[in-house]
Ligand binder design. Structure first.
Ligand code: AMP
Length: 188
């Protein structure tokens, strides 16, 4: 399985990515997690990414693409992977195609977890209380949703055009949503 996960912030991508990866026995690559780990560790990459993640805007493509290219070259992803949070715009999607072509592999699915904006705002504000993420404040959440609508949402049409899009409703109990996604992918 080689798949990308799409869906607005707060749709449950991170949670579902971990469960799906376990189910399918493949690693998850979360660009947001990699940025957060680097910010916490005060690395050069973290220093470059922080101003963007704090503002809810996209880290520049040249930084993000290079980071994903390095990650996809590692041994543990040869038999499959689930990308969570990448690609985030059409240029990244084209770059991902080039990385996969260089590795001689192809995507099997682009899984979109759908959720209504009001529901995701509520979920993210709740997560802010628990995890204390710097970008889970209401103005930054609204900015992230706007960036999703403008830059990332067009990817659903891009992957649908290639017959790769699988959609699943992200509203409901965590386990129920996982089964919905697995069912949709199997039916695909
Ligand atoms: P996430 O955890 O996926 O919500 O990502 C948190 C933040 O990391 C985003 O708001 C962006 O600032 C940054 N980020 C994550 N993935 C990407 C990406 N593919 N391209 C650019 N920025 C990203």
């Amino acid at each position: 399985m080689r798949a990308v996960l799409l869906g607005p912030p707060g749709a449950g991508k991170g949670t579902q990515a971990a469960l799906l990866a376990e189910r399918w026995g493949i690693p998850t690559i979360s660009t947001g997690d990699i940025f957060r780990a680097n910010i916490k560790g005060q690395t050069e990459l973290g220093r470059k990414a922080q101003e963007y993640t704090n503002a809810g805007t996209l880290v520049p493509d040249e930084i993000t693409n290079a980071m994903v290219r390095d990650r996809l070259a590692q041994d543990d992803v040869v038999d499959g992977f689930l990308l969570d949070g990448y690609p985030r715009n059409p240029d990244q999607a084209v770059e991902l195609d080039s990385m996969l072509a260089d590795l001689g592999v192809e995507l099997n699915a682009a899984i979109e977890i759908t959720a209504d904006s009001e529901v995701v705002i509520e979920r993210l504000l709740k997560r802010a209380e628990i995890e204390g993420r710097a970008d889970d404040t209401e103005p930054v959440i609204r900015k992230r949703l706007e960036v999703y609508a403008t830059s990332t949402a067009p990817l659903t049409a891009f992957y649908a055009g290639r017959g790769l899009l699988v959609q699943a409703d992200g509203i409901g109990e965590v386990a129920e949503v996982t089964e919905r996604i697995v069912g949709a992918v199997e039916a695909h």
